[in-house]
Design a binder for this molecule. Structure first.
Ligand code: HEM
Length: 147
């Protein structure tokens, strides 16, 4: 079971939604630069969607939607289902999730600098893992059904 996010984490994540709206694509573009230092991970992605900027935009939109709905996750069920479907199609595995966390959190700091305080990054780290656990659980079920 995933432990619920604390009130203070929810408040911090929601408060940073405007910053993400402004810098979302810069953050996800930087995140992919960091992530793709790993060749195995890079190979999972459609390079055309990267080069066109489509995938960084989709991820930025997903992160923003999450920040705005972190206390109303029922609003995200359609978005979560699409992510899960795409992840299963491309073979995303649980062990990839730490790699994305380790690329995303430093990317936030790279782009917004000291405005991403340790408190903000810690809240986003928790929120990332909260969503990641939901995705991992649903993806695991589908992989198990198919096995
Ligand atoms: C909480 C973490 C994550 C979120 C919020 C997320 C979000 C998304 C979203 C919004 C999409 C686009 C879905 C669509 O086409 O409508 C997507 C696709 C994808 N994600 Fe994730 N993702 C996460 C973790 C991961 C991880 C750990 C990996 C593996 C390294 C990964 C690899 C991919 C790939 C390969 C695609 C398909 C991209 C393509 O079309 O080339 N994601 N993800």
């Amino acid at each position: 079971m995933t432990t619920a996010l604390s009130e203070s984490t929810i408040a911090t994540v929601k408060a940073t939604a405007p910053v993400l709206q402004q810098h979302g694509v810069a953050i996800t573009t930087r995140m992919y630069q960091r992530l793709f230092e790993n060749e195995e991970v890079r190979a999972l992605f459609d390079q055309a969607a990267q080069d066109s900027g489509e995938q960084p935009r989709r991820l930025a939109a997903a992160i923003l939607g999450y920040a705005q709905n972190v206390d109303k996750l029922q609003n995200l069920s359609g978005a979560v289902a699409r992510m899960v479907a795409r992840h299963v199609e491309t073979g995303v595995k649980p062990e990839h999730y730490p790699l994305v966390a380790d690329a995303l959190l430093p990317a936030i700091r790279d782009v917004v600098g000291e405005a991403a305080t340790d408190e903000v990054l810690a809240a986003w780290g928790e929120a990332y893992w909260f969503l990641a656990e939901i995705l991992i659980g649903k993806e695991r079920e589908i992989y198990a059904e198919r096995a």
